[in-house]
Design a protein around this ligand. Sequence first.
Ligand SMILES: *Cc1c(COP(=O)(O)O)cnc(C)c1O
Length: 241
Amino acid sequence: MSAEDKRLESLKAVLRANLDIVRERVDKALEKSNDPGRKVTIVAVSKRQSVEKIRILSEVGHMDFGESYVQEAEEKMHNLKDLKLRMHFIGALQTNKARFVAGKYTLVHSVGSVKLARYLHKKAQGLEKVQPVLIQVNLAGEEQKAGVTLQGLTDLATEICNLRSLRLQGLMIMPPFSDDPEKSRPYFAGLRRCRNQLEKDLGLVLPDLSMGMSNDYAVAVEEGANLVRVGTTLFGPRTAI
Ligand SMILES: *Cc1c(COP(=O)(O)O)cnc(C)c1O
């Protein structure tokens, strides 16, 4: 075996082991949750991670990846277009970049305004596509954070339901950062209650709750997440921009 083959083999072993650890913790958390039979998708957050690592994870059967930066994601998706990956857009999105995203992702997790929703709709419509989306909710009301506040949630959901080229599938949250995962729990439980209330109020079915990152995904699954967004725990540290 060449040195290069050895390097690739050991990288593959590391990534597979990391994925197995996350999957096991997800399964344990599922058992503790109210709905242990549901499917939880691990979105491997590959922003500022190499195309090589994405390829290797896909070789062990992992197909869901999350990207945050439009330009970086464009280049990677071009490089990886031979693979049938399910790409998730999870980052902050400016309206002037909506055209790079609409109609191109399995799921956009980060719709936080009526303005962005309308742009995405227009661009998806132009491509004759329907773009599945989640609403990002800023439950803590943090000023610098993306996402719609609780007060604006019903209006935004109503608006999206009227945009025929978007399909609203659920909610996403990024709680205030803390080293202690238990600090995230009230936000995760809160998002689940928001989802349940919206379903009742608007007569919708919203299956998706995207919550939990490397430090708190187990708590998120206990509280009802069916999509967790895990980056550094899977891939190791990100490279600088
Ligand atoms: C970067 C990012 C993640 C992953 O963060 P890790 O701590 O590396 O797991 C998850 N969600 C969003 C929205 C992100 O931007």
